[in-house]
Design a protein around this ligand. Structure first.
Ligand SMILES: [Zn+2]
Ligand SMILES: [Zn+2]
Length: 139
């Protein structure tokens, strides 16, 4: 596993995620192999999008699976160092009996200074985690 992937998982596990739940993670990689993205989070509608800085492909993920994202306003996450290029990691905590997602966390690691920030947190997602992770789509 890549160092940045491990760092993001450890950050989420130890600093942000609920204790006592099983956790699963998804690595975010572009179809071109790119790992660096602009990231946008809409905390009101529980949706995020990211755009690969190499090939400009957009991706979206929503807590509600409505597939209705509008991309224009979403590249809004920036690091305290003022730059806005991230490697992205997504973590979910699961209810113990049915592998349904309780809470999802979206984190970005600044490729400039290395700081990791949790940009969005969705409670009560209530989707099987396999379905949740495969619902990332290109608008
Ligand atoms: Zn790409
Ligand atoms: Zn930074």
């Amino acid at each position: 596993m890549r160092e940045s992937t491990i760092a993001i998982r450890e950050f989420l596990t130890h600093t942000v995620m609920e204790k006592g739940f099983r956790k699963e993670f998804a690595d975010v990689e572009c179809k071109c192999g790119g790992r660096v993205f602009l990231l946008g989070a809409d905390t009101q509608f529980d949706s995020v999008s990211w755009m690969c800085v190499s090939c400009e492909t957009h991706y979206c993920l929503e807590a509600t699976l409505t597939y209705t994202m509008i991309l224009d306003e979403l590249a809004n996450c920036s690091c305290p160092c003022d730059l806005d290029r991230f490697e992205i990691g997504i973590g979910v905590s699961l209810y113990p009996i049915n592998e349904v997602v309780s809470t999802a966390y979206i984190a970005g690691m600044c490729v400039h200074c290395g700081k990791i920030t949790c940009f969005d947190l969705w409670s009560d997602v209530d989707l099987p985690y396999s379905l949740f992770f495969t619902s990332i789509y290109e608008p």
